[in-house]
Structure formats: C-alpha cells, structure tokens
Design a protein around this ligand. Structure first.
Ligand code: FAD
Length: 496
C-alpha cells in the first residue's frame, strides 16, 4: 500500500451532482485549493445524477403537492414550498453565473423551460388546489401561476391529460410557465469537466473509497482501492466530503465520527414508463404532477413529464416506487444487510415496524405488471396505448432512518448533512428534493465547515457575485425576486 506524499485540501468522494457542486463552489471561493475526486464507477454522474435515473424536475414547489401538506382542519402549510422555491432560485443563480463566466456551456445543454402543472380530479381535490393556488400567488416566488377548472383551457395546457375524459368530471390544474426540466447528468459532467481543467484538481475513476482514519495531526487518511488492479493506496486530505449517494451511509460509518452513529438507510427503487411513439411525445410539453395515493412515499408520486435527454424530447411517466435491498443502482443486494450494525439496528427495526404500510406499499409496487402500471398512467393520460410505452429502471434512493428519543427510530424523507465536530468531514445522507437543491445544500455545508472563511470579506464578496440574492430573501422582497429571477432566466435562456 502506498501513501501519497502530498496532502490535498479537499477530497470529494463520488462524482455526482453534490460533489460537482461543492467542488465548483469551493474552487470559486478559493482558487488555490487542491481537490481530489474519487469515483468507483468508470464515469461521472452514472448513479442517481444521470438523467435516465432521476425525474429531472427542477423542484420549485410549482407542481409538487406534497410540499404543501393539508392539515385535518383544512389549513395548508406553505413553509416547505416557499423554502424549496427559493432554494431552486439559488441553483439557477449559480448556474447563470457559471454560464456567464464560461464555466458552463450553453444552458440549453442542461436546462429547459417545461411548464409545471399540478393536476387533480374530484371536488375535494379541486377545492384544495384552488386554496393552495390562492395562498401561493401571494408570494413573489409564485407570481404568474395560473389556475383553471375549464376543460378547454386544461386541454390547451396539456392535451394528453384531457383526451378521453368525461365533460362532467371535476378537474383543476395550476400552471407555472417558468418550470424546468434539468438534465442533472449533463450538468454534473459539465461542472466536473470545468473543474478538472483548473490547476490543482484531479479526478480518479474506478477508484473506490474504502476507509478513513483521522490522526492527531488533523489530517484524514483515506484508503482507496483501484478496482482494476485491486491495489490500495492511502490519500491524505484536510477536508473530506462523502458525496457517495447511496454509498454515503457505509462510508460515514467507516469514518468513525460519533455524529454519524445511529443512522440507518431505507432503500426505495424506481421505475419509469418511457414513451416510444414520437407522435405522442410531440403532443405533451409539461411536467404534470398529481396527488399521492394513500400510503405512497411523498417523493414517489408518478408524473407525466416532458424530458430533454440525449438531445431529444422524451416523455416519461413515473417513477413508480419499489423496494430493493441495493443502496446504489450499481450496488449489491447485500447493501441493506451490510448497513446494519450495533449502533443502528434498533432505530432501523423501530422505523421498520412503524412503517410497515410503506414497506407493503413498495413491495406492492414492485409486483405491478405492465397492465397495472398502464392503469396508473391512464389516471393522467386516459387514452394511453400499451404499445407506446416500455419500462426503464431508474436510480436508487436511500431514505434516512434516525435514532429517535421517543420512538426508537424514525424514517425521514429529506436530506441531511452530517459533519464531524471540527468540520473536517461531512456526509450527505438522504435523497429528496435532491439535485435541484444541491446548491443550497452545499452552501449550507460550506457555512458549517468553513465558518471563518465564509465570514471573511473576500468570500462574502465572491458569494454575492455568484448569488445576487445572497443573504436576502426573495420570498420577502418582490422587487428583488423579480429582478434576480429575470436575470437568471435571461442568462439561462428559459424566459416564459
Ligand atoms: C428515481 C429518482 C428520481 C429523482 N428525481 C429527482 C428530480 O426530479 N429532481 C431532483 O432534483 N432530484 C431527483 N432525484 C434525486 C437526485 O437524483 C439525487 O438527489 C442526486 O442525484 C444525488 O446526487 P449525489 O451526488 O448525492 O449522488 P449520486 O449521483 O448517486 O452520486 C454518488 C456517486 O458516488 C459514487 N460512490 C458511491 N460509493 C463510492 C465509494 N465508496 N467510493 C467512490 N465513489 C463512490 C457513486 O458511484 C456515484 O457516482 C431523484 C432520484 C431518483 C433515484
């Protein structure tokens, strides 16, 4: 085993959107940093961040009804929707800054304007959607949202969802013209390409991180296996980010930091139906989300989406959630079993017992045959023809299970950054809302792990340059929201 001579400033584990975003931000803030990126696969963005493995929604809460839950008394909680909408604005600001500086190519390569539509049927749901709309449009972040119950108008917005529907059916939709489809795979690869061209940045593929040791000198020793030769080497670094997606839990455990104890993972797999008929694909230009079925995990409401992948317009329905014991799409069926240890077995068992309905739901989803999947599609697209659709396996998501004082263990659906006490190591756990909010998540990580540098006048000025709304709230400031949003949309070429 060889020990590298030099000490890197930063090691990024995994070449997905999170590492790519963090590396880009850090290098913008401090161009002198040396960064090493290690990826177990042969290519970047080949797991969840690849366009065929996720749904490509630029999550802005324009159409995702699970971000505005309704309480028993009918009140609607907007807080998550407002937060996520603002976070996606930060993503667009960074991408626009990087297009302007030439670090990212023409934005058409990775982001497209695709209207976001929330569609419901049934009188109660129509009422909920109207009330949600009336409250959201009070915020500048949702300016321009439209609401309609008119069948002809809805057919104009999204013809496929209205074909074959009875004229007496109570339906409603909201539409945001500035919604986005994002090809996170292309974006990740473009960010890593630009990063790799900068001095002090090196990427290694087929290189699997196996273990970590933190020594008294404050430097991490990272054990890396070359998957071709089977040789191990030790790389030293002052800071480590575990951006390994579904592989993060195992590595957090290997780091031995006390803050990482008691976490478990609950894997949720996904599958899309992909339209193969160009005439049908051409008739739809929207992302259409609906309400989750009872028992469905919140991030797994299938939706009918226009996508831009492989330079071509596509139409996908899904992802249907499912259950698999793998933590990575290219992982092992033993991942779930291997993730259990003395620290997390109780939280995992408690969370499992408390969520038997979810497990049952997911196993039920796996058992669906093509006809049953088509029936779900027909809730959105009544005239869908079996011959026009084939199945496609999506990426894996690992939801977080956390120790809980009262319940023993708790399943949660967001993302969480776990950092070591001295801020020299951080791991990202969880999956949702995911890639869309990678920028906000990584900014939060930087603020936690590099507090002194963030407070410096130099980094503050650079952050303000990258994010015109830095340290201000677009939700609370209509003129700021209008100005900054218009700038981002103009630069990214996605004005409505
Ligand atoms: C079905 C599905 C639909 C989704 N839809 C959306 C959506 O519409 N909008 C949205 O914003 N987000 C969506 N997401 C979430 C989004 O895809 C993820 O949050 C995001 O891609 C995670 O990025 P990452 O960099 O953390 O992980 P990944 O892209 O998975 O990258 C992690 C990398 O780490 C590597 N790795 C793992 N272990 C090791 C190791 N030991 N050593 C070296 N490398 C390692 C992996 O090979 C991988 O390349 C979806 C996800 C799924 C699965």
């Amino acid at each position: 085993m060889t020990d590298s001579d030099s000490i890197a400033d930063v090691v990024l584990v995994g070449a997905g959107i999170m590492s790519a975003t963090l590396g880009t931000l850090l290098k913008k803030l401090d161009p002198s940093l040396s960064i090493k990126i290690f990826e177990r696969l042969d290519a970047a963005a080949a797991e969840s961040s690849d366009a065929w493995n996720n749904a490509g929604t630029g999550h802005s809460a324009f159409c995702e009804l699970n971000y505005t839950p309704q309480a028993e008394d009918g009140t609607i909680d907007l807080s998550k929707a407002l937060r996520i909408a603002e976070q996606f604005e930060q993503s667009k600001q960074l991408w626009a800054s990087l297009v302007t500086s030439g670090d990212l190519p023409d934005a058409k390569e990775f982001i497209r304007k695709v209207p976001h539509i929330a569609f419901v049927s049934g009188a109660d749901n129509v009422q909920f959607l109207q009330s949600r709309f009336e409250q959201l449009v009070q915020s500048p972040l949702f300016e321009g949202m439209q609401f309609s119950t008119d069948h002809a108008e809805l057919a104009d917005w999204a013809p496929l969802i209205m074909q074959g529907r009875s004229a007496s059916e109570a339906v409603a939709a909201t539409r945001m013209g500035i919604g986005n489809d994002v090809n996170f795979g292309k974006l990740t690869r473009a960010l890593l390409k630009s990063l790799g061209e900068q001095a002090g940045v090196e990427s290694f593929f087929g290189a699997e991180v196996r273990d970590f040791r933190h020594k008294e000198d404050g430097v991490w020793r990272i054990k890396i296996r070359d998957l071709d030769s089977g040789d191990d080497q030790i790389v030293r670094s002052r800071f480590v980010f575990i951006g390994a997606g579904g592989g993060a839990l195992e590595l957090l455990d290997a780091s031995g930091i006390e803050e990482g104890e008691g976490y478990g993972g609950f894997p949720v797999s996904g599958q899309f139906l992909r339209c193969t008929n160009d005439a049908v694909i051409a008739q739809h230009e929207a992302k259409v989300y609906g309400k989750a079925a009872i028992g469905a995990p919140p991030m797994s409401v299938p939706h009918l989406d226009t996508r831009w992948i492989d330079g071509k317009r596509q139409l996908l329905f899904g992802p249907y959630a499912g259950f698999s014991t793998k933590f990575l799409k290219q992982g092992s069926y033993l991942d779930l079993l291997r993730s259990l240890d003395i620290d997390n077995i109780l939280p995992v068992l408690y969370a499992g017992a408390a969520n038997l309905d979810l497990t049952q739901y997911l196993i039920g989803q796996v058992m669906l045959d093509k006809e049953e999947r088509m029936d779900m599609l027909r809730v959105y697209f009544p005239d869908a023809n079996d011959d026009d659709w084939d199945a496609h396996i999506a990426g894996q998501r690992v939801q977080i299970i956390k120790r809980d004082k009262d319940k023993g263990g708790r399943l949660q659906f967001g993302t969480e950054i776990v950092t070591g006490k001295n801020g020299s190591i951080a791991a990202l756990l969880g999956a949702s809302p995911g890639a869309s909010t990678a920028v906000a998540i990584m900014l939060g990580l930087i603020e936690r792990c590099f507090p002194e540098q963030v407070a410096s006048a130099d980094w503050q000025a650079k952050l303000k340059q990258l994010f015109p709304s830095y340290n201000e709230s677009m939700a609370d400031n209509a003129p700021l929201c209008a100005r900054v949003r218009a700038q981002s949309l103009e630069t990214l070429g996605i004005k409505s």
